[in-house]
Structures are given as structure tokens and as C-alpha cells.
Ligand binder design. Structure first.
Ligand SMILES: C[S@@+](CC[C@H](N)C(=O)[O-])C[C@H]1O[C@@H](n2cnc3c(N)ncnc32)[C@H](O)[C@@H]1O
Ligand SMILES: [Zn+2]
Length: 278
């Protein structure tokens, strides 16, 4: 694996469990709390502090402490990713916005294999709850990853981009670290969903509707469709392998080669886009 300094862009080989020092600008990438590779992410945002707080306040690894309202919804997401990856060969894997690590653990056990994982999250409190050797936790902003180009066979991100207002940085960044012929899998909240549309109408990020559907300080949410992701890929060559429409809380998803139009997708709460880097 090659790390890339997220200050100056210099890259060189990296040995797991050893600190890494950028030979160009001397930036140190050391381990903290025994296990977390620190990339000195100094960014601040509501999303980051909210995820820090829910992890700190619960102090326990659970679906709740990573921001899900129900364990059923997290399971639906894990099952859909497992379905999508069933024929994916083993290879270097990156979990973007890995949170407390439950997702990676359950996904690996569903796929019945231990993927060689790196997990990135900008919330240090989430990463402190990771207690599995499946993930090597890396504290970094996903918009500026400390990995060299073309490092991972599989890059995936579950339920992360709905809190990012402008995804024009993160999507090309995830592509950059994906290998040629590697897969990028991104899930988010479906803007066509009737349920999601009604929730937004009832609670359009409006503080005067005192936390009816959102907890205190919960970050803003942006509903999207698969084309919003595809539009941001930028300079990279790719093919769209397909889209899973996820009908949570039912443990059910459908697969389409292209974004669909019509009634069907109005009942899907989430979508999962599978894109191949060419
Ligand atoms: C709702 S949780 C999902 C966690 C996990 N992927 C799952 O599905 O169980 C979103 C996670 O993404 C992280 N996150 C959001 N924006 C991020 C960014 N720009 N860089 C790194 N992590 C981010 C949050 O800290 C949080 O842990
Ligand atoms: Zn450097």
C-alpha cells in the first residue's frame, strides 16, 4: 500500500502498524489510541461534531451510535452491499465513512471472508469504538484521502454522502484511489422516495419544528439520485455496472442496469450505485 501525504501530495510505501513520515514536507502520520492512523484532519463541520457526540455519549458500538434510527435499516443496507459484492474477488478494500466499524464487520461475516480493510472516518470518536482487527482505522476527511492513486480493488461508502452538501470533491477523490477495473459502490438516500419526500416536507431542516423528526444538532440532509453521483465523476473513465434500489424497512432490493423512471423507485428509500473504473 502506498500512502500519499494529504498536505503536499508526496507518496511512498507504507508498512502497516508503522508510523509514516512524508519525506517531502516531514508531516508525521502516527498512531493514536493504539490503533488509529492519524492524518491530522483539522476540518470542522456539524456532521463531524454530531458523529463525535453520538459516539461519545453512547460510548458503545451500536447502529444508534453511528447515526441510524433503526437496526433494521442498517441491516437492509448491509444486506444490499453483500448482494452487490457476492461475486467480487477478494482484494484491497476501503470503507469510506466506516464509523464505529459495525458495517465492515457484519459485511465481512455475510460475505464469509475477511476483506483486507482500511476504514476512513473524520470522526475520531467513531473510530475509537472500532474494536475489530478487520479494519485499520484511518482518521481523515474523505475529501482528501491519504492514499496514493489506484490503491483499492473495492471502495465503498454506505450512508455518508447524504450529509455532504457539495459532492464534487468526494466523488472524484473516491475514484482516484480506486484501481483500474476496481469497483466504487456508493449508497445514499433516494430523492424520489415518497416517504423521504414527506419527511423533508414535515421537517425541512427547520429549527422552529423543534426536533420532531431530527435529534438536536443533527446535520442537514440532501436527497439525491444516482445521476447526481455519476455527474461528478469528472475526468475518470468508468462504466455504470448497475443500481440497487433498496426498499427498507423491507429486506428487499431490486437491481437495474440504468437509473429507472416511473413508480417503482418512489417506494425505494435508498439506492446503491455500482461503478467500475476503466
Ligand atoms: C451514518 S454514518 C454511516 C456509517 C457506516 N458507513 C454505516 O453505514 O454503518 C456516516 C459516517 O460518515 C462519516 N463521515 C461523514 N462525512 C465524512 C467525511 N467528509 N469524511 C470522513 N468521514 C465522514 C461520519 O463521521 C459517520 O461516521
Ligand atoms: Zn507531505
Amino acid at each position: 500500500m502506498k500512502l500519499r501525504c494529504n498536505k503536499c501530495g508526496f507518496s511512498s510505501d507504507y508498512q502497516i502498524n508503522n508510523p509514516w513520515i512524508c519525506k517531502e514536507c516531514n508531516q508525521k502520520y502516527s498512531y493514536k489510541f493504539d490503533k488509529i492512523l492519524m492524518c491530522d484532519d483539522i476540518s470542522t463541520s456539524n456532521t463531524k461534531s454530531w458523529h463525535d457526540n453520538i459516539a461519545k455519549n453512547s460510548n458503545k458500538k451500536s447502529f444508534k451510535s453511528v447515526g441510524y434510527r433503526s437496526s433494521i435499516h442498517q441491516s437492509c443496507m448491509i444486506n444490499s452491499f453483500a448482494k452487490a459484492f457476492i461475486n467480487v474477488q477478494e482484494g484491497d478494500t476501503l470503507d469510506v465513512g466506516c464509523g464505529n466499524g459495525i458495517f465492515a464487520e457484519k459485511l465481512s461475516s455475510k460475505l464469509n471472508r475477511k476483506l483486507p480493510y482500511y476504514g476512513v472516518d473524520f470522526s475520531i470518536e467513531q473510530l475509537k469504538l472500532v474494536n475489530t482487527d478487520i479494519i485499520l482505522p484511518v482518521n481523515s476527511n474523505a475529501e482528501n484521502l491519504p492514499f496514493d492513486d489506484n490503491q483499492f480493488d473495492l471502495v465503498y461508502s454506505s450512508e455518508v454522502i447524504q450529509n455532504i452538501e457539495d459532492i464534487s470533491k468526494i466523488i472524484p477523490e473516491l475514484f482516484r484511489v480506486t484501481k483500474q477495473n476496481g469497483l466504487l459502490a456508493i449508497s445514499s438516500l433516494n430523492e424520489s422516495s415518497l416517504i423521504r419526500q414527506s419527511i423533508m416536507k414535515l421537517d425541512p431542516n427547520n429549527q422552529s419544528k423543534k426536533y420532531f423528526l431530527r435529534s438536536k444538532n443533527e446535520p442537514d440532509i440532501y436527497l439525491r439520485n444516482p445521476n447526481n453521483i455519476i455527474d461528478k465523476i469528472g475526468k475518470f473513465r468508468f462504466s455504470l455496472e448497475g443500481i440497487y434500489w433498496i426498499y427498507s424497512p423491507l429486506n428487499y432490493s431490486t437491481f437495474e442496469k440504468q437509473p429507472i423512471s416511473g413508480v417503482k423507485k418512489r417506494f425505494a428509500q435508498n439506492f446503491l450505485c455500482i461503478i467500475k473504473k476503466k
